[in-house]
Design a protein around this ligand. Structure first.
Ligand SMILES: NC(=O)c1ccc[n+]([C@@H]2O[C@H](COP(=O)([O-])OP(=O)(O)OC[C@H]3O[C@@H](n4cnc5c(N)ncnc54)[C@H](O)[C@@H]3O)[C@@H](O)[C@H]2O)c1
Length: 421
């Protein structure tokens, strides 16, 4: 039985624990959070009230003889916590995205984990969402031919959504801690991940972006364009785009965050549309107009994945189960440190391009250039929280409208039927 410890019992811990709660191979033996009351409440919610809580994660690591540690804390702590755990002999470290803010820190984490023979997983769960896994299988079978363009619309909607801890939004407004905006950097990492993985790429060649720092809270609306590296001279260029849409009056019930994703991939002989991820399973998923995957090719339209679970939680359950398997089998995790670093680089390129108003190339994203500051992302200057407030007061006068209209979300339950839902 693999002994698991969790550092950080905040919002995302609710989802990261799912894969462990039902595993026959692991046991959560301890958690750590500086907020002991929060940790206690979470353990109660998860049905684990008897396990030990530490306010200092170092004490937990030193005392508990853990095999796996989940690092689920604010971004700036990922690097130092990974380093401490690796040096204290933890053999499996799963760290939430973004891996770290700087390339230098990502490289340090990779190096230390290699030296200490630690399996380092960067937890990007979209890669494990059942509908995306099916789409990837179809694309690899060549259903739309050679892939050319990728487009993702990431919509920030109006809820109602899962209740969030206010503290969780406060640290996200401190640039030193969060390292970038919530939509392009924090959440964007998942979307950049899809832009690479679904297109069969490990990196991009160059990025150009327009990020509207509309307020202290939103780095959107935004447009981020990129070109993939060319394999052969006779290959046609391939591009990707991410658009971030702000739609506060789009009432959109979700069990999770107020955001959803729509992807379109073009190939040399067809088109694929992938509907929803974070809010998959809500009432839109039940409409025949929004099947999980639609493919047009050879004069025919077909849908796929209708029998797959569309609730976002399965991306977490699958991701954690994958890591447990990796720990048992000795294979490499998805994402490993190098791949996790690539996701951070991609997201930083978008911010850098907007700040420097120029095309940013992958080659220039190095730890050396970070030190001479030519590729370091600076804290945004003209942010104005009051503007967002005014916007909301004008656009979204009734904050309870979604709920009044009956668009009620269903909170995540921790019961034994969870996996069969
Ligand atoms: N995969 C996803 O879809 C997804 C979604 C949301 C958040 N995340 C990631 O998860 C991480 C945590 O985000 P969150 O939304 O859960 O934040 P949160 O603020 O809700 O939770 C963080 C927790 O860490 C605790 N903490 C802070 N410092 C600590 C320390 N020194 N020792 C122990 N505990 C400490 C806090 O008290 C808090 O309970 C972030 O890196 C974020 O990017 C991922």
């Amino acid at each position: 039985m693999l002994r698991v410890g969790i550092i950080g019992c905040g919002d995302i811990a609710n989802l990261n624990v799912l894969g462990y709660l039902h595993s026959q191979d692991t046991e959560i033996v301890a958690v750590s959070d500086t907020d002991i009351k929060k940790a206690r409440d979470k353990l109660e919610q998860w049905g684990l009230r008897t396990i030990k809580i530490y306010s200092d994660y170092r004490e937990m690591i030193n005392r508990e003889d853990l095999d796996i540690v989940e690092i689920l804390t604010p971004h700036h702590l990922h690097g130092p916590m990974t380093e401490f755990c690796a040096k204290r002999g933890i053999k499996g470290i799963s760290v939430q995205k973004p891996m770290a803010h700087t390339i230098t820190d990502c490289e340090k984490m990779i190096r230390i984990c290699e030296e200490e023979q630690v399996k380092l997983k960067v937890y990007e769960n979209f890669r494990f969402y059942p509908v995306y896994l099916k789409a990837k299988e179809l694309l690899e079978d060549g259903i739309i031919g050679e892939l050319s363009n990728f487009r993702i619309n990431s919509i920030n909607a109006g809820g109602p959504s899962i209740p969030r801890d206010l503290k969780s939004t406060v640290w996200r407004q401190n640039f030193e801690i969060c390292g970038g905006g919530p939509w392009v950097y924090d959440d964007g990492i998942h979307k950049f991940s899809m832009g690479l993985w679904l297109m069969g790429q490990e990196r991009v060649e160059k990025v150009y972006s327009w990020i509207d720092y509309f307020s202290a809270v939103f780095d959107g609306p935004s447009y981020i364009l990129w070109r993939y590296p060319k394999g052969n001279v006779d290959e046609s260029p391939r591009f990707g785009i991410m658009e971030i849409t702000i739609a506060p009056n789009l009432y959109y019930p979700t069990n999770y965050y107020v955001c959803d994703e729509y992807i379109e991939i073009s190939g040399t002989k067809g088109l694929m549309w992938i509907n929803q991820c974070t809010c998959g399973g809500n009432f839109i998923s039940k409409s025949p107009h929004f099947p999980p995957i639609i493919v047009y090719t050879n004069g025919e339209v077909n849908t796929y994945g209708n029998d797959l679970p569309r609730d976002w939680r399965y991306s977490f359950i699958n991701s954690t189960e994958h890591f447990i398997e990796v720990m048992k089998s000795g294979e490499k995790p998805i994402y490993n440190g190098e791949q996790g670093k690539n996701l951070s680089i991609f997201a930083k390129m978008a911010h850098l391009s907007d700040q420097q108003k120029r095309v940013v190339y992958w080659e220039e994203m190095t730890s050396e250039n970070e030190q001479n500051r030519s590729c370091s992302v600076e804290a945004p200057k003209d942010i104005n929280g009051a503007r967002l407030h005014k916007y909301f007061m004008r656009i979204r006068r009734d904050f309870k409208k979604g709920i009044k209209e009956g668009l009620i979300h269903k909170e995540l339950k921790y019961d034994k039927d969870l996996l069969s839902e």
